[in-house]
Ligand binder design. Structure first.
Ligand SMILES: Cc1cc2nc3c(=O)[nH]c(=O)nc-3n(C[C@H](O)[C@H](O)[C@H](O)COP(=O)(O)O)c2cc1C
Length: 190
């Protein structure tokens, strides 16, 4: 069981990073092989809508996204973590998501599995926002829901925390990190 964590925050050791690390610890405690990709450390160009991927199901840009495609293909479980930024996911996460257009092309144009095989995959979404708005996570949930659907990743759940702003503030939450650890265990058990 391979679990891929995708860290979408520009802030290393920030709130979503801390939650992601706990999810992966929980998964590892159940014997899963875990790996984290930090999007902010990668060079990934935004999708140019050139439609080259419609021909071959592969993006023509030879940048770090090529590594991300390979990791997504290898993973059985995907955990995407992003802070809320201007009501949506971070720019780092959105650029990666948009580059999954090549995987959309595999599925809907070329009629081949988006991640290379049809093994069941599951995904978990982690998001944290500083505000306490009731609809704070709606745009991010729509975006990540679309991503998982296109990639044939079953939406296994999410960890969403509002009113958490300062770096590391999630540690003051009564049980967020514990919830994350348990979610990681559950993700690889189900
Ligand atoms: C550019 C930017 C935009 C943000 N936009 C929002 C927002 O729309 N709503 C919100 O609740 N918090 C917003 N925040 C606050 C972050 O979501 C919050 O600080 C979060 O805890 C950061 O998580 P991280 O430590 O994992 O990066 C924004 C922060 C930044 C830097």
């Amino acid at each position: 069981m391979r679990v891929l964590g995708i860290a979408g925050s520009p802030r290393r050791g920030g709130n979503t990073d801390l939650l992601l690390a706990e999810v992966l610890k929980g998964a590892a405690a159940k014997g899963a092989e875990v790996k984290t990709i930090v999007l902010n450390d990668l060079k990934i160009s935004p999708c140019q809508h050139c439609d080259a991927c419609f021909e071959v199901g592969v993006c023509r840009f030879d940048d770090d996204m090529q590594m991300v495609y390979k990791e997504l293909e290898k993973a059985d479980r995907i955990v995407l973590a992003s802070p809320v930024q201007f009501m949506g996911v971070s720019a780092q996460a959105k650029i990666m998501i948009d580059r999954c257009q090549a995987l959309w092309a595999r599925k809907y144009i070329l009629k081949i599995p988006p991640l290379g095989d049809r093994r069941p995959r599951k995904g978990l979404f982690i998001a944290v926002g500083g505000m306490k708005l009731a609809n704070l996570f709606e745009p991010s949930l729509a975006i990540v829901g679309a991503l998982f659907k296109v990639l044939d990743i079953e939406y296994a759940g999410d960890l969403l925390f509002r009113g958490v702003d300062e770096k590391g503030a999630i540690k003051k939450h009564p049980d967020a990190l514990k919830q994350a650890f348990i979610a990681g265990q559950k993700l690889v058990e189900d």
